[in-house]
Write a protein that binds this ligand. Structure first.
Ligand code: G16
Length: 548
């Protein structure tokens, strides 16, 4: 039971805020996300939940990130980070939802009821670290968070502006400090140094060719990338040109730039001045997503998305494991979602000869599936992902006695990769260094990378509907099949059957008030016709807002 004094403090603090009328909150794909002015009471509830979560885990540090990532500037959001830097345990999402919907007058009782239900020892300490992206609403929301953490007597540290993956890194470092799983120095500088040191190790003997232009979505990734560049200090010949790093104009965030823009529009940001074959990359607003691209000699835009990063990483790790003589001891798997281009899955199975699995959208789902492999490579097509190495993989890499200088080099490179990769969560800055390392080792330009397989033409559309909650997918279908609205899946199937190598699916977004429609097919015109037909079918049942 919470003490009467704490309950009183919670009620007093909560009543400073007003709950938006008639709004039902839900912990979605990546926490709570919506228009920033609706978020006060949700943030307050998240502060309370973090206190319970930390107490339940005997005072381990819990992270809270205030961000809406790829969403427009007027949105904001909040998500919780578990002790090893992973997303909040799924069962607790329901508790977050419950607290977020509790009336403010009785929120202290709901807090107390939850504490009993989850069997939290209330005398345990609670510790929280938090950070935010550069959105204008962030400072107000952090103020609300402060109020909730103070009322519940939580020890907390405000890390101010950070990328989402940096905060995940800090949480993992804090909880592993002084243990055999020590992950690094729990500071921003420690993060840069870990990346730079491992990058230098794995770049021994090779050099990056040409420069890399990085579009930072006018988000927190811009200033943080500049810090990383200082610490990297031209290691490996890396020459990064930072663009779209305006964090002063609040409306510039994710506007006509960033990874989501590039992936969904399949074009470079209009501001891009890159020439033919120039290597370019885009981050999203909180720097957890990364996509690469270039314009070829015929001025055609070429995208290298998350599927491409996954295949590149899996093939390189497989190659190093082979050279190190440990490939028989490591099972490597690749985790994708329904958005993965069919050609990438074929390539993974037939050329890389690796197992693949599909999960629902949301890195939290992919991460868990990845952990079932010694080396789990997971990326969403949108560029969000990483690689995990389990304890067995770490032991094999660390303890194998090299039989030749080549094996020694491969083992050392693998070891350095385990430090270069942010294993806690998808991290655009760490993923960018990983891609640069692999391209340098292979001596590839993005053109050779693109040449590994040919994507099926695809389209991803966003449709605004009256009520997206009616679009429910069949459990176990990895969101490839709808169970409701009734009849829509049959209609999608019938359109799909009329095109070659065609696939289409519909799912409700968990971060935006919209439904997503994906289609791919053998040719661009077939994919285009399919996406239009499915979009129209969604429109019929969902009554798009614009048509009301
Ligand atoms: C978040 C999640 C991703 C997910 C994306 C879109 O990304 O972390 O795993 O793919 O939302 O999800 P949905 O289609 O449900 O809106 P981010 O970069 O916005 O945090």
């Amino acid at each position: 039971m919470a003490s009467p004094a704490v309950k009183e403090a919670i009620t007093k603090a909560a009543l400073q805020y007003t709950k938006p009328q008639g709004k039902v909150f839900e912990y979605g794909t990546a926490g709570f996300r919506m228009k920033a002015d609706l978020l006060n009471t949700v943030i307050f509830a998240v502060g309370l939940l973090a206190s319970l979560r930390s107490k339940k885990l005997s005072g381990q540090w819990i992270g809270i990130m205030v961000t809406a990532s790829h969403n427009p500037a007027e949105d904001n959001g909040v998500k919780l980070v578990d002790p090893m830097g992973e997303m909040l345990e799924a069962e607790w999402e329901a508790y977050a939802t419950k607290l977020a919907n509790a009336p403010l007058e009785s929120i202290a009782d709901v807090y107390d009821e939850l504490a009993s239900k989850i069997d939290v020892k209330m005398t345990n300490p609670a510790r929280v670290v938090f950070a935010r992206d550069t959105r204008a609403s962030g400072s107000r929301l952090v103020g609300v968070l402060n109020a909730a953490l103070t009322a519940t007597e939580v020890e907390f540290i405000d890390f101010k502006y950070m990328t989402t993956p940096q905060l995940h890194y800090i949480v993992r470092c804090k909880n592993t400090l002084g243990t055999q799983y020590e992950y690094g120095e729990p500071s921003e500088q420690g993060y840069y140094e870990k990346l730079a040191t491992s990058f230098k190790k794995v770049m021994r003997g090779v050099k990056v060719q040409g420069s890399l232009t990085v579009d930072c979505a006018n988000g927190v990734g811009g200033p943080k990338l500049r810090e990383l560049i200082k610490v990297l200090d031209t290691a490996g010949g890396l020459d990064i040109k930072v663009v779209n790093d305006d964090v002063i104009n609040p409306d510039a965030l994710n506007f006509d730039c960033g990874a989501d823009y590039v992936k969904t529009k399949q074009r470079a940001p209009p501001s891009s001045k890159a020439g033919a074959l120039d290597r370019c990359a885009s981050l999203d607003g909180d720097a957890d997503r990364l996509v690469y691209y270039f314009v070829d000699e015929t001025n055609t835009f070429r995208l290298l998305d998350g599927d491409r990063i996954a295949t590149l990483a899996a093939s390189f790790i497989g190659y190093l494991a082979q050279n190190a003589g440990i490939s028989q001891k490591l099972n490597i798997g690749v985790i994708q979602t329904a958005y993965a281009n069919g050609a990438s899955t074929e390539y993974i199975k037939k050329v890389l000869k690796l197992p693949t699995e599909y999960t629902k959208t949301g890195v939290k789902h992919l991460h868990h599936a990845a952990l079932r492999y010694d080396v789990g490579v997971y990326f969403e097509a949108n560029g969000h992902g990483t690689v995990t190495f389990n304890e067995n993989a770490m032991k094999v890499i660390r303890n194998t006695e090299p039989q030749s200088p080549a094996q020694k080099h491969a083992l050392e490179s693998l070891q350095a990769l385990t430090d270069l990769i942010n294993q806690a969560v998808g991290d655009a800055l760490s993923d960018m260094l990983l891609v640069e390392v692999i391209l340098a080792h292979k001596g590839w330009s993005p053109k050779e990378w693109l040449g590994t397989y040919t994507d099926l033409p695809s389209f991803l559309e966003r449709v605004e509907v009256d009520d997206r909650s009616i679009f429910r997918t069949v459990e176990g279908s990895a969101e490839r099949e709808l169970e409701s609205p009734f009849g829509l899946q049959e209609e999608i199937n019938s359109h799909q059957s009329q095109f070659n190598q065609a696939r289409s699916f519909v799912r409700a977004s968990g971060t935006e008030d919209a439904v997503r429609v994906y289609a791919e097919a053998a040719t661009r015109s077939e994919a285009d016709s399919l996406v239009k037909r499915v979009r129209a079918a969604v429109g019929k049942v969902g009554k798009p807002k614009a048509q009301q």
